[in-house]
Design a protein around this ligand. Structure first.
Ligand SMILES: C[S@@+](CC[C@H](N)C(=O)[O-])C[C@H]1O[C@@H](n2cnc3c(N)ncnc32)[C@H](O)[C@@H]1O
Length: 289
């Protein structure tokens, strides 16, 4: 209990002094491996959302937090040479990969913006887009605020698609991570932001209705990741970008020590009857204006 209070105070001090982990550093690093690790395992679930959005040639489509452009290419193909595709992302590394993928789709690319998605939405006229997608990134914003802005920029028959990680994702690793930090608070050199992960499909439905959307379909899913050993699990969360905003909070001069402690803690969790498989869990939904 005492250790938890001490750690909370340390986090508070980091927050007050503006020493907060920068998730963009982690995403820039992960941008090289993101597609072969995260998109390979989870990309088909966001493509399902793209499909349900009913995008057709000639539409104006906005993709918020487009990352490496995995969904962007699918959207560009659906536009089939006619329409307006705008993309936004905060990470230079991720956006560079998206730009490279869009070389063959120049005829539909309308805008590529490097920056915050809420700032970008604020520059857009009301009722100007047909479809908006935000995949694996609503947790980084205030969800209802973001959805209200999306509602404003959508045309009257517009639709939005969201997919996001649930808070119980990679539970085995997160439990081990918390235990390592509690026992070794000096490893933490920055505060970790509080991300808003939807607990379940009801929560996403609630966000939609608070932003005046009508939910068409909300669902949940879980994918067992292809990692056998604790070492592979740690590599997965770092290289997939799933540890973004957490990894940058650590004293990376002690990276090897951190990884060894985590490996040991994961083994203990498994021995004590915890999950021996790493799952990525998520919530997704499509709503109309
Ligand atoms: C998990 S990745 C998802 C990328 C992509 N949407 C996909 O489905 O593969 C999250 C992305 O959100 C971006 N991001 C996080 N917060 C953001 C913000 N406030 N504004 C714009 N982009 C943001 C990150 O840079 C990263 O590329």
């Amino acid at each position: 209990m005492y250790r938890k209070v001490k750690l909370a105070l340390k986090m508070l001090w980091f927050s007050l002094t503006g020493n907060i982990a920068n998730k963009e550093n982690d995403y820039d690093k992960a941008s090289h491996s993101y597609d072969s690790i995260f998109s390979k395992e989870m990309g088909s679930y966001s493509i399902e959302v793209v499909t349900l959005l009913g995008i057709s040639s000639g539409m104006a489509v906005l993709e918020l937090a487009c990352g490496t452009g995995h969904n962007t290419v699918a959207i560009a193909k659906l536009l089939n040479g006619k329409g307006k595709l705008s993309i936004v992302d905060q990470s230079d590394g991720m956006l560079l990969k998206a730009r490279q993928k869009l070389i063959d789709y120049k005829d539909v690319v309308h805008d590529i913006y490097k920056g915050d998605m809420i700032d970008y939405l604020a520059t857009m006229p009301s009722g100007s887009v047909d479809r908006v997608l935000c995949a694996w990134a609503i947790c980084y914003t205030l969800p209802v605020k973001l959805l209200k802005e999306i509602n404003r920029v959508l045309k009257p028959d517009g639709k939005v698609g969201i997919i996001e990680t649930r808070p119980d994702s990679e539970k085995l690793l997160m439990t081990a991570f918390e235990k390592v930090i509690l026992s070794n608070p000096s490893l933490l050199v920055k505060s970790i932001e509080n991300y808003t992960f939807p607990e379940n499909k009801q929560m996403l439905g609630h966000w939609f209705s608070k932003a005046n959307f009508q939910s068409l379909n909300c669902w949940e899913g879980r994918k067992a990741l292809h990692c056998e050993t604790p070492k592979e699990m740690i590599s997965w969360v770092i290289e997939s970008g799933a540890a973004s905003g957490y990894f940058d909070a650590l004293d990376l001069t002690r990276e090897d020590e951190i990884k060894a402690l985590l490996e040991k803690a994961i083994k203990v969790e498994i021995e004590n009857g915890g999950d021996s498989i790493l799952y990525h869990t998520f919530v997704a939904g499509v709503a109309s204006k």
